[in-house]
Design a protein around this ligand. Structure first.
Ligand code: ATP
Length: 367
């Protein structure tokens, strides 16, 4: 922290990332001006597919360094399907950030807001409120830069689970469950794996049990990933914190986004021991980019997670308060139908949504 200000490195990225980041920034500015008690400064950096097209690199070393030195990172979305590295992979400098900054814990809330499309007929779907905790530096993503294709006959990737990262991951899971329990949550951590068939997942689960023994105030359960996919449709309201390997979580967190309306409702905090990156769980959505149709909710809620994390980390209660105000403004907005994103057939493009959100923030601050 320089003086009293906390420095935020902002990477708008590609497609709708550029559109939704501006709205989150406006909300953050309104909270800072209206509430006081904290100061955030922002530095914007180029990175991603559009930047690669002009520069030939995914991210410059200076922009990467900024991610290392910032107090937090706010990111839109990176990558475009038609812009590829020579080996065919999409441009994804945020994955390099995960690795370099040790962002092992991807916290992905899946929460049903009022008046958003209920994908399940069961009334209890209104109570969906869970977290997919994604290990984000290992698992099947470990070999993504060096998976091999042997001749034209065979391809191999390596799944990696390490004890230190898995221990830290479960500790984050239990901490999250404890914090949620204090606010009326279930206090339940579920380890999602495929321990019946793979040694790596059995190892993951074993470490889960070891950490569970150190956290007796929180219930611990296990579920195979295929059964978990079924249960996320059958009874998602029964879960609290689901912790799992990188690829499983990549898939199930999109399922989670779908359960509560769509990817525009899926925020994400990627946390390490020394760094935090906050971004919507969705991609650059090239199908709607440039049309002003994106639902900014996921990014706005990611910004709220950033405020909360910074507040706790730096001992600034006003930041935690600002996070709560932003979450309340969003919740109220959906409850009263003041927020009506086009993603669900609403009449608000991103600009109208932004105006309504700023009004809601002003109202919440004024109470
Ligand atoms: P990635 O692999 O980078 O996560 P993706 O290819 O899975 O990206 P997304 O960019 O997340 O795809 O988009 C998936 C679908 O969800 C698209 O139809 C897109 O338009 C829609 N979508 C994603 N985010 C939003 C949003 N914020 N508002 C409205 N629609 C969205």
């Amino acid at each position: 922290m320089a003086g009293n200000a906390l420095n935020i490195a902002v990477y708008p990225g590609d497609g709708i990332g550029r559109e939704v980041i501006g709205i989150a920034r406006a909300a953050l500015d309104a909270l800072e001006a209206g509430l006081g008690g904290f100061k955030l400064t922002y530095e914007e950096h180029a990175a991603g597919a559009a930047y690669y097209r002009t520069s030939g690199e995914e991210i410059s070393e200076a922009s990467m360094k900024a991610a290392h030195t910032a107090d937090a990172i706010l990111l839109g979305a990176m990558g475009l399907p038609d812009v590829r590295l020579p080996d065919g992979r999409e441009i994804a400098p945020h994955l390099r950030m995960r690795d370099e900054l040790g962002l092992f814990a991807g916290v992905r809330p899946v929460k049903a807001y009022p008046n958003t499309p209920r994908r399940l007929l069961d009334e209890r779907a209104a109570n969906i409120d869970l977290i997919v905790l994604r290990e984000s530096t290992e698992g099947l993503f470990y070999s993504r830069t060096f998976g091999e294709v042997i001749g034209d006959e065979e391809a191999r990737e390596t799944l990696r689970i390490t004890r230190p990262t898995t221990e830290k991951l479960f500790d984050v899971a239990f901490k999250l469950a404890r914090g949620r329990k204090a606010k009326g949550g279930k206090g339940l951590v579920t380890c999602v794996d495929k321990a019946n068939l793979f040694r790596a997942y059995a190892f993951f689960r074993k470490i889960g049990f070891e950490r569970a023994a150190l956290n007796p105030d929180i219930q611990f359960a296990t579920n195979y990933v295929d059964a978990q996919a079924l249960d996320l449709i059958r009874r998602p309201w029964d879960f609290d914190v689901l912790v799992m390997e990188n690829m499983f979580a990549d898939i199930l967190s999109d399922l989670g986004g779908g359960l509560v309306g769509g990817m525009g409702m899926a925020p994400c905090a990627e946390l390490g021991e020394a760094h935090g990156l906050f971004q919507p769980a969705h991609g650059s959505a090239p199908d709607i980019a440039g049309q002003g149709k994106a639902n900014p909710t996921a990014t706005v809620l990611s910004a709220a997670m950033m405020l909360d994390w910074l507040g706790e980390r730096h001992g600034v209660p006003k930041l935690i308060e600002a996070a709560a105000i932003l979450e309340k403004a969003v919740e109220d907005g959906f409850t009263t139908r003041a927020l009506r994103p086009m993603e669900f057939g609403g009449d608000q493009g991103s600009a109208d949504y932004a105006r309504a959100l700023l009004e809601l923030i002003a109202q919440t601050l004024g109470r």
